[in-house]
Design a protein around this ligand. Structure first.
Ligand code: FES
Length: 67
């Protein structure tokens, strides 16, 4: 599931980053350069991304809690 097209970041990548660095969105964005292209992935209303970044963080936390 794509989170950021410009930086080719998937939900699996976000899960790995949250597991490694915690759930601070600013840290996760910086580690993967999320939002450093068009910036659309940072908007919850974006239609061109499978899972905009704000929701990806929440999903990653839920996935990690289930493990
Ligand atoms: S989709 Fe993330 S910066 Fe363009």
């Amino acid at each position: 599931m794509t989170v950021c097209i410009c930086q080719n970041v998937t939900l699996d990548d976000v899960v790995d980053l949250v597991e490694k660095y915690g759930n601070d969105p600013e840290i996760i964005k910086a580690k993967a350069d999320i939002g450093k292209g068009c910036g659309e992935c940072l908007e919850t209303s974006c239609d061109s991304i499978n899972l905009p970044f704000p929701y990806a963080i929440m999903n990653a936390e839920a996935i990690l809690k289930q493990q």
